[in-house]
Design a protein around this ligand. Structure first.
Ligand SMILES: NC(=O)c1ccc[n+]([C@@H]2O[C@H](COP(=O)([O-])OP(=O)(O)OC[C@H]3O[C@@H](n4cnc5c(N)ncnc54)[C@H](OP(=O)(O)O)[C@@H]3O)[C@@H](O)[C@H]2O)c1
Length: 316
């Protein structure tokens, strides 16, 4: 049934969207619809409505969004709030109007309160103040999760499922200095230092924060699993359970790319939260498990970056 259905992957060129295309391809799904942002701007309600009216997808993966690291969130807070709220709102309304069977929406681990107990459980949502830097982005994501619940309740149909993946990484990630998240930023800085023959590379912060990383192919696998199996109230955390300090992550990347220079830590730069680990036991009880180890995922991502960044050009 699912294999023959029409499936729309929004944001197909991004980190998660491109992994979804690989995953749906391996599943044998032959009717996957995509549109470049240049022909379908999801912040434009009329364009979104027309697209859904014409295409009538059965399933939707909402992997489009405006994402970025600490710097991008700090300098463009209004843009993060507006773009994400308008994109998700337009897609939710169209899914309802054109009776999409199931749609997956993605939240983010920054929806949980600053300093909340670890690992973070779904029930900690709205239990305290958010981390200031990512507040506009987090509030857009909280609005999205709330919308999923509200539409399902009002329509009496379990159309929307909201997943909260922890830091996703992999091929097609944003490796730009302005937009990258921690893992892609470290891969870029360390690989570039090696290629340029530098004997020292300075990384942001103290290196001590702990982070949980989820390989994009696992995030895509979890998404397909969720669209077929997840039912019931609320959102689901989706983590790998694999946690590492930024310092160990840098050492691991240096080992993979063969960088022998010194790694220094610029403590004038922000560390962010000390620890961000999701409690994903609720999703695990449905029967999903991650398949890619952190070592395998880092090696695959470093290889992709090296192949796609020749001459220092940005990967996207
Ligand atoms: N990466 C993570 O660690 C992570 C963790 C939790 C949740 N999420 C969520 O998962 C979703 C996908 O994340 P990602 O990391 O794959 O993001 P990404 O790599 O930045 O990709 C986002 C995609 O959205 C598209 N897009 C942006 N604005 C658009 C617009 N106005 N109209 C149409 N398309 C637009 C982009 O198009 P272009 O290719 O033209 O730029 C891109 O293809 C996001 O909602 C994000 O918040 C991500």
């Amino acid at each position: 049934m699912f294999k023959r259905s029409k499936i729309y992957v929004a944001g197909h060129a991004g980190l998660l969207g491109s992994a979804l295309l690989r995953r749906l391809g391996s599943e044998g799904c032959g009717n996957v619809v995509t549109r470049a942002r240049s022909v379908l701007d999801l912040t434009d309600q009329a364009q979104v409505d027309r697209f859904f009216r014409e295409e009538r997808p059965d399933y939707v993966f909402m992997a489009a969004g405006l994402t970025g690291g600490i710097m991008a969130n700090k300098t463009r807070p209004a843009e993060f709030l507006h773009a994400n709220i308008s994109m998700q709102d337009n897609v939710f309304e169209a899914c309802r109007r054109y009776e999409v069977k199931r749609a997956v929406f993605y939240g983010s681990s920054c929806i949980y309160p600053k300093g909340c107990p670890q690992p973070m459980k779904e029930e900690y949502l709205l239990a305290g103040p958010l981390e200031e830097t990512s507040e506009p982005y987090a509030i857009a994501k909280i609005a999205g999760i709330t919308a999923c619940k509200a539409y399902n309740r009002e329509d009496g149909v379990e159309r929307f499922v909201a997943l909260v993946p922890n830091s996703v990484y992999g091929p097609n990630d944003d490796f730009s200095l302005e937009g990258s998240h921690v893992l892609s930023a470290l891969i870029r800085k360390i690989t570039d230092a090696k290629e340029e023959g530098r004997d020292r590379v300075a990384l942001w912060g103290s290196g001590s924060p702990l982070r949980e990383f989820l390989f994009s192919d696992d995030a895509a696998d979890a998404s397909v699993f969720a669209i077929l199996n997840a039912r019931g109230r609320g959102h689901y955390n989706v983590g790998s359970g694999m946690e590492m300090s930024i310092r160990d992550l840098a050492k691991c990347i240096a080992g993979v790319v063969g960088y022998k220079g010194e790694i220094t830590w610029d403590r004038s730069r922000p560390d962010g939260a000390k620890r961000k680990l999701l409690d994903s036991s609720r999703f695990a009880t449905l029967g999903w498990r991650p398949k890619v180890t952190l070592d395998e995922g880092i090696a695959a991502t470093c290889e992709w970056y090296s192949k796609n960044n020749s001459g220092g050009a940005l990967c996207r």
